[in-house]
Design a binder for this molecule. Structure first.
Ligand code: IPE
Ligand code: IPE
Ligand code: MG
Ligand code: MG
Ligand code: MG
Length: 358
């Protein structure tokens, strides 16, 4: 692998030391965090999409999207506070980690952890730190997913992919560092005073992210032929997506349940909800790859077909995939019935997942 050693956007400025959530601080912090990284992204997008902003979601702000945006800001600020600042000879690594993690993203998985945990009045700091750990894993998975040896993408979250902004070696290492940092966060007593709880969180995230979860799904996705384990039947695609996307979404919900000491009945209901939205989420991702533009998505469009990927759309057809998404959405909401109106936000999130354009 040849590293081009592009300079990458400098990341500088002073950062908040603790988790904060006042709106004024969020706005100020977002501007500061964004700083040079966002200017860099904006230049890139202007050049690439002269007719549009490229990474602004122009849709009307609904109550849920406002809540999602506020949570995304909260996660960005929390990540900003915990991620290492660029300094010393390894500054480039820290800068790339921050570039990937602070640059954007819907923060859907952290949102699920926070909302699931709130159903059981879990401690907010524990939820927030756990949500940050999960988002570090999500970010790492995208940094690696975009590498030339995987999906070879140059746009992510509305900005150049990490290996484009920096170089391949730095992106690889930034991904490694985000993954391992996630476990450091979870193992820290600041996340939870009870070592047994920390151990449950660490184990749960490892299982969801590793060889029994996301990485296994990514391997199946990369397999070039049926001989290597890939197949184009619905059973194989369903299993692949349960692993590559469903496992982390499932753990995001499960973590909220763990931290809230939810009953077995509640955990089961939410696990089923997570399974349905995880599947629907990836189906919509596959549909959007065909139907949406790079401007809307903030990432490359039409990539799956160009790479000859087998996914829900190639197996079910677009109409078939849409019909299945609707069925899964109804089913996901039905699993929430046991919580009544307390789960209204999680129910609204189902519609967001179905209707999203990004
Ligand atoms: C992208 O996930 C990868 C998939 C599992 C389809 P998201 O669409 O949640 O990406 P971000 O985190 O918002 O960028
Ligand atoms: C990747 O799926 C899911 C991960 C585990 C990273 P995709 O390759 O379809 O995700 P996008 O479309 O690049 O976001
Ligand atoms: Mg991929
Ligand atoms: Mg990809
Ligand atoms: Mg995709």
């Amino acid at each position: 692998m040849t590293a081009s050693h592009a300079p990458g956007p400098p990341v500088s400025g002073s950062y908040p030391q603790s988790f904060v959530s006042s709106p004024a601080t969020i706005c100020a912090s977002r501007r500061r965090i964004a700083g040079d990284a966002v200017r860099h992204a904006r230049d890139f997008c202007r050049e690439r999409f002269p007719d549009g902003p490229g990474f602004a979601n122009g849709s009307r702000m609904t109550d849920l999207s406002r809540t999602l945006a506020a949570t995304a800001d909260r996660i960005t600020i929390a990540l900003d506070a915990v991620l290492p600042r660029p300094q010393g000879p390894e500054a480039r690594l820290f800068s790339a980690m921050r570039y990937a993690a602070l640059g954007g993203g819907k923060r859907l998985r952290p949102f699920l952890t926070l909302e699931a945990g709130r159903l059981f009045e879990a401690d907010e700091t524990a939820l927030l730190r756990t949500a940050c750990a999960i988002e570090c894993v999500q970010t790492y998975s995208l940094v690696h997913d975009d590498l030339p040896c995987m999906d070879d993408d140059d746009l992510r979250r509305g900005q150049p992919t990490t290996h484009k902004a920096y170089d391949e070696a730095t992106a690889l290492l930034a991904g490694d560092a985000l993954l391992t940092f996630a476990f450091e966060l979870l193992a820290d007593p600041q996340t939870h005073p009870d070592p047994k709880m920390r151990c449950l969180l660490v184990t749960g995230l490892a299982k969801a992210a590793g060889p029994t979860g996301m990485v296994a799904g990514q391997m199946i996705d990369m397999a070039p032929s049926a001989e290597d384990g890939a197949g184009d039947d619905l059973v194989t695609i369903t299993r692949m997506n349960r692993l590559k996307t469903g496992a982390l979404i499932g753990f995001a919900v499960e973590a909220g349940c763990l931290l809230g000491a939810a009953s077995d009945e509640a955990r089961q209901a939410l696990a089923r909800y997570a399974q349905d939205i995880g599947m629907a989420f990836q189906m919509v991702d596959d549909l959007l790859d065909v139907e949406a533009s790079a401007e809307e998505l903030g990432k490359g469009a039409g990539k799956d077909a160009a790479a000859g990927k087998v996914n829900f759309v190639t197996v079910l057809g677009a109409d078939g995939a849409r019909a299945r998404v609707r069925m899964l959405a109804d089913q996901a909401k039905a699993h929430l019935a046991v919580f009544g109106p307390r789960a209204a936000v999680l129910a609204a999130l189902v519609d967001y997942i179905v209707e999203r354009r990004r």
